[in-house]
Design a protein around this ligand. Structure first.
Ligand code: NAI
Length: 254
């Protein structure tokens, strides 16, 4: 029997990359999973893969930067599975540009998808987590939530916010037995990482080779990050809240 048998999870950004790997791993461990994403084709494919493997999953098409989408993701989860225990706030976007090149609309969009979504999803999810006696919220930060990076000012601002709002939420909701933790991945092979190469005008090959320059000498796989999600989702981390876990092949070690 899996370690998450009887639990229900929402994974935002679950149609691709890290979210997809996490949705599949949580489902393999027995959780019923809601894949919440703007990408319907990708999201339905993840649900199909989970159900084909004997797991339980639904897809909810929603924009997590908007209140209606977040309300719907939570409501459809409760309607389908009856409870909610795990919220993986993972949807994110990146704009590789400095202050001068970033438009106000791009700034607002990055902050809305990367930060406001966590506020909104948590607002609607927390009453259900509390009703079930507690739960686990996991936020996807970034190494660039802890140190700065070039040509990514809106992204760095957004991920710094994710790191510190994790701590604030851990303080507020610990008494309800709701744990709130953050994973800060290093460069991980996903559509987002490859889109950065395009935005910077570099070939995938050059960009990915540069990203692999770290102590463990490779970039991450989505599954590397999903295993950290599983740790925070279940009882293995029962006394861990407000933690910021760097999973990056040693990239920030030096
Ligand atoms: P990805 O591009 O493969 O997946 C992101 C998913 O979020 C996509 O399925 C996309 O459709 C969804 N999404 C975007 N905007 C949305 C919205 N408004 N509403 C609902 N869904 C939306 O990218 P990846 O790499 O898997 O990213 C996941 C998280 O990991 C992001 O928060 C990202 O910032 C973070 N991260 C990724 C790193 C990497 O190297 N890939 C490194 C550090 C952090």
């Amino acid at each position: 029997m899996g370690s998450l048998q009887g639990k229900t999870a929402i994974v935002t950004g679950g149609a691709s990359g890290i979210g997809r790997a996490a949705a599949r791993l949580l489902a393999r461990e027995g959780a019923a999973v809601t894949v919440a994403d703007v990408n319907e084709t990708g999201g339905q494919a993840v649900v199909q893969a989970i159900t084909a493997a004997g797991g339980k999953a639904i897809f909810v098409r929603c924009d997590v930067s908007r209140p209606a989408g977040c309300r719907e993701a939570v409501a459809e989860t409760i309607a389908a599975f009856g409870s909610l225990d795990i919220l993986f706030n993972n949807a994110g976007i990146i704009r590789r540009a400095d202050v001068l090149q970033t438009t106000e609309a791009e700034w607002d969009q990055v902050m809305a998808v990367n930060v406001k979504s966590i506020f909104l999803m948590s607002k609607y999810a927390i009453p259900h987590l509390a009703a079930g006696g507690g739960g686990s919220i996991i936020n996807t930060g970034s190494g660039w939530g802890l140190v700065g990076g070039g040509d990514a000012v809106s992204y760095c601002a957004s991920k710094g916010a994710v790191v510190n709002m994790t701590r604030a939420m851990a303080i507020d909701h610990g008494p309800q037995n709701i744990r709130v933790n953050c994973i800060c991945p290093g460069d991980t092979d996903t559509d987002m990482l490859r889109s950065e190469a395009r935005q910077l005008g570099e070939s995938d090959e050059t960009f990915l080779a540069g990203a692999a320059d770290r102590p463990l000498q490779r970039i991450g796989t989505p599954e590397d990050i999903a295993r950290a999600v599983l740790y925070f989702a279940g009882d293995q981390s029962a006394w861990t809240t407000g933690a910021i876990l760097v999973v990056d092949g040693g990239g920030l070690a030096g």
